[in-house]
Design a protein around this ligand. Structure first.
Ligand code: NAD
Length: 249
């Protein structure tokens, strides 16, 4: 297996951690990004130490995915330190929910910036190099709610649905160059965010999932590992829904 360099944004989160582990186990040199700032830096360092104790070595770099120039500087630094980036997993994402009649422009713009503008900010930096080298794997993390919509999440669902059009377009641009681009759309996954939901609500969510359980972060990581594999070159421009059958598109 080639020792390719893989970047996972928002790596220290519930799903990012599982993705990093899966990619390390796939023989990748993994770079995880964390939000800059003292408090986040301390958390990220602890996260890195915890992983090292499990035998998982992930390099960490600060990155705010909403900052185009910052993304450019990040990619330059990683490429100087480690080498060219062959695999990019755009995983960083946030929610900031409100029904439309209460949603503020700041809420709308913040979610668009983190979840959707980040796709451009990051892909723009690595895509050309991938095409020139004749190999690239891009996975953009969307959501079940981008496929079906969700009450109170018009901003979030708009970003996650926008990812599909963006991904298909760059898949076409990279198709003859060995660069694939796909999205993964997780359903409800057993992460700290989902565990915060009141028990009654969680029970009704699980009742609505045909396989009868929440997803595990590893379910999503497996999809990312598959789509980024060296021999997955014929899979491009598609979306992989990993949602226990909750929504079939
Ligand atoms: P999480 O909150 O645990 O992790 C998200 C990460 O993104 C965090 O590490 C955070 O620091 C980082 N981040 C936020 N803003 C950033 C910014 N401006 N720049 C850089 N990093 C930033 O969330 P998660 O549950 O692990 O979700 C990961 C992805 O999966 C997200 O895109 C989310 O929308 C998507 N998703 C999650 C679920 C789920 O059930 N957990 C379901 C569907 C989709």
């Amino acid at each position: 297996m080639t020792h390719r360099i893989a970047v996972v944004t928002g790596a220290a989160g519930g799903l990012g951690t599982a993705m990093c582990k899966a990619l390390v186990n796939q023989g990748r040199k993994v770079v995880g990004t964390h939000l800059p700032g003292t408090e986040f830096t301390a958390e990220a360092e602890q996260w890195q130490t915890d992983l090292r104790e499990q035998g998982i070595d992930v390099a960490i770099y600060p990155l705010d995915v909403t900052d185009f120039a910052g993304c450019q500087a990040f990619v330059n630094t990683v490429e100087q330190d480690l080498g060219p980036i062959d695999i990019l997993v755009n995983n960083a994402g946030i929610t900031n929910d409100a029904p439309l009649k209460k949603m503020q422009p700041e809420q709308w713009n913040q979610v668009i910036n983190v979840n959707l503008n980040s796709m451009f900010n990051m892909c723009r930096q690595v895509f050309e190099g991938m095409c020139e080298r004749g190999f690239g794997r891009i996975v953009n993390v969307s959501s079940l709610n981008g496929e079906k919509g969700q009450f109170g999440q018009s901003n979030y669902a708009a970003t996650k649905a926008g990812i599909y059009g963006f991904t298909k377009s760059i898949a076409l641009e990279g198709a003859r160059k060995g660069v694939t681009a796909n999205s993964v759309s997780p359903g409800y996954i057993d992460t700290p965010m989902v565990r915060k939901v009141p028990e009654k609500v969680l029970t009704s969510i699980v009742d609505g999932i045909p396989v009868g359980r929440l997803g595990q972060p590893e379910d999503i990581a497996r999809a990312v590992a598959y789509l980024t594999a060296d021999d997955a070159g014929f899979v491009t421009g598609t979306n992989m829904s990993v949602n226990g059958g909750q929504y079939m598109s």
